[in-house]
Design a protein around this ligand. Structure first.
Ligand SMILES: Nc1ncnc2c1ncn2[C@@H]1O[C@H](COP(=O)(O)OP(=O)(O)O)[C@@H](O)[C@H]1O
Ligand SMILES: [Mg+2]
Length: 242
């Protein structure tokens, strides 16, 4: 015989659990979106505060345009909170386009902060990826921002991005010779809200979330000549129906 009192109690717990999960999910999504929006505003601010209208260059206009694209995509994602599948827009693009977006977003800071930035193509630049372009820009952007922060007290500052692929997947290594991650922190860096920089602690958790969504992987690895290397590996073509 069904114990209705027990059933009622269980249903209450489930409702409470679902409510808590939904609240956490919404808080996390809100945090991700605002993190992204803050990144874009920070980049635009960097350019605008150092310029007078007469000295604006083509590069700086490109940066502002790219930031506007990021803001628009983030807001689209944000307004689609209830429909996460709809936000997974998969489009084919050449890997060089992804690198060009990252370079546009950072070239201004890289120049002013004297960071030597290098992209090593161990694959054809026209290799086509069919994935969510916006998610990948967000991910790489978060990783490069971390590198820039880690390089603040380094003399000969370097960031290197190395791209390679096999028949099915692409691997992107993002390396810097900054402060490095102490061994005891390595297991924590992909956990939401973990930070040693006074930031939000959301950047790498978001990358891990994106990689999970696209059947990819993010991990820390080692590269000769660098202190920190973040490795992304994900399918060239989206293998989950959207
Ligand atoms: N390139 C890096 N060099 C050194 N430490 C890093 C690097 N990338 C990430 N970290 C560490 O991982 C933590 C989490 O990074 P992240 O999730 O982006 O959060 P936040 O940047 O807001 O601190 C950082 O606070 C820092 O301790
Ligand atoms: Mg960060």
């Amino acid at each position: 015989m069904i114990n209705t009192r027990h059933l009622f109690y269980t249903q209450n717990i489930d409702k409470q659990l679902i409510k808590t999960l939904l609240e956490n999910f919404t808080t996390l999504l809100t945090a991700f979106a605002s993190h992204d929006i803050k990144n874009a505003i920070h980049n635009m601010d960097g350019v605008v505060s150092q310029l007078s209208v007469d000295t604006i260059t083509e590069d700086e206009i490109l940066l502002i345009r790219e930031c506007a694209n990021r803001l628009r995509d983030s807001l689209d994602e944000f307004t689609n909170i209830g429909l996460p599948q709809d936000t997974n827009v998969i489009e084919p693009f050449e890997i060089v386009r992804l690198m060009s977006s990252i370079s546009i977003l950072h070239r201004h800071d890289l120049k002013y902060e004297n960071i030597h930035y290098k992209v090593v193509y161990l694959l054809d630049k026209s290799t086509v990826i069919s994935q969510n372009f916006h998610w990948l820009v967000q991910s790489l952007n978060n990783i490069v921002i971390n590198s820039k922060i880690a390089l603040r007290n380094t003399q000969d500052k370097k960031i290197q991005i190395t791209l390679s692929c096999d028949d099915n997947s692409v691997t992107i290594l993002i390396s810097d010779n900054g402060i490095g991650i102490p061994p005891e922190n390595k297991p924590k860096v992909f956990t939401a809200y973990f930070t040693t920089t006074g930031g939000s602690g959301i950047g790498l958790a978001h990358v891990a979330n994106v990689m999970k969504q696209i059947n990819g992987k993010v991990e820390l690895t080692e590269e000769a000549g660098f202190t920190t290397t973040v490795k992304l590996n994900f399918p060239l073509k989206c293998d989950t129906p959207s």
